[in-house]
Design a protein around this ligand. Structure first.
Ligand SMILES: [Zn+2]
Length: 332
């Protein structure tokens, strides 16, 4: 092959690759998207169109991710993982935002490659509200969130101690603890994990189920927000552990679903005050809705609260084994 022909061929190949790249990428209102086929290739997984232009699945022997057009609810290994941006479509192919791939999906699917694995030796458990702050209330049954949270926190602590973890609390009684103080307490104790326990409430009484929150990464909208806002560019100390917090949140949510049968409201993102300033992986668990009478009665039952506590502990055990895998991989 003569020099000019070879040069032309290389140029053609380069131009083709450039077009192929552009065809697989999409930019919607400044948000960069990648085709689900390209994402599967990057992840070393397969993909399948379930309903053209509507539903796609990315999978391997061990993992499965389902995407639905216009939806922020991806389903990873049976758990809803809330995305920052809705899944888009072009020419029948679904697209997912790159930031979601890196911040929300990869940490859940590939915990073994995450950096800075930290063995959870000391766990701080934070029972939400307390003292003058009742939190949510169900007035029909006279149930206060602060009491439900504290009992689950103490049960969880007892289980974790039996398993050999060091456990401490932000409160062990019905006392008021300032919101900003809670992560500071965990930081001062140099804890390895921070778990905040809350019960939910909403105006729609039919809503029930469990949610687990990790701090929203920089430049992604929180789950409650429909789009990026100016404040979303602020980086908090808690963002240093984004990836492990996301895996922790997914793992706890998965265990809660497996063990309680509660509705799956998703592994979600929020910039809650208790998650912003923690120096260690952290999440906030919403164990059920007090505004839903049926779920409130369950939460009022000690055996159900024990079930919840066991499920959270199980999520922490799975988290620890992922940490161990990642640590042994980085030593290899
Ligand atoms: Zn609360």
């Amino acid at each position: 092959m003569s020099g000019p022909v070879l040069y032309l061929r290389i140029l053609c190949a380069f131009v083709f690759a450039l077009f192929a790249q552009a065809a697989m990428a999409l930019n919607i209102n400044g948000v960069e998207y990648v085709g689900v086929n390209e994402f599967a290739r990057m992840a070393g997984m397969k993909y399948k169109t379930v309903v053209r232009g509507k539903k796609m699945r990315v999978f391997s022997k061990w993992q499965s991710i389902a995407f639905e057009v216009n939806s922020r609810a991806s389903k990873i290994n049976g758990v809803y993982v809330n995305l920052g941006h809705p899944v888009a479509v072009k020419n029948g192919l679904l697209y997912v935002s790159k930031r979601d791939v890196y911040k929300n999906i990869y940490p859940v699917v590939f915990p073994a490659i995450l950096k800075n694995a930290r063995k959870p030796t000391h766990i701080v458990i934070d029972a939400g509200h307390g003292g003058k702050d009742d939190g949510a209330k169900n007035s029909k049954y006279n149930i206060k969130e602060k009491s439900i949270n504290l009992d689950v926190a103490l049960k969880l602590g007892a289980i974790l101690r039996k398993m050999g973890y060091k456990v401490s609390y932000t409160r062990t009684k019905d006392v008021y603890v300032d919101l900003e103080m809670r992560p500071i307490i965990a930081n001062r104790r140099n804890a390895d994990l921070f778990i905040s326990i809350h019960s939910n409430s909403t105006g729609t009484k039919s809503v029930s189920g469990v949610e687990t929150y990790a701090l929203t990464p920089v430049w992604l909208p929180s789950s409650s927000s429909s789009r990026l806002r100016a404040g979303d560019g602020v980086k908090y100390p808690g963002n240093n552990t984004d990836n492990w917090s996301q895996y922790l949140s997914y793992s706890i949510q998965k265990s809660l679903l497996e063990r309680t049968g509660a509705d799956d409201r998703g592994a979600r993102r929020a910039r809650f005050a208790v998650l912003r300033t923690t120096n260690m992986p952290a999440c906030l668990v919403e164990i059920g809705f007090l505004s839903n009478n049926a779920e409130c009665l369950k939460l009022a039952t000690p055996s159900y609260r024990l079930k919840i506590a066991n499920a959270i502990a199980n999520g922490i055990v799975r988290y620890e084994s992922a940490v161990k895998n990642a640590a042994s991989r980085s030593r290899r």
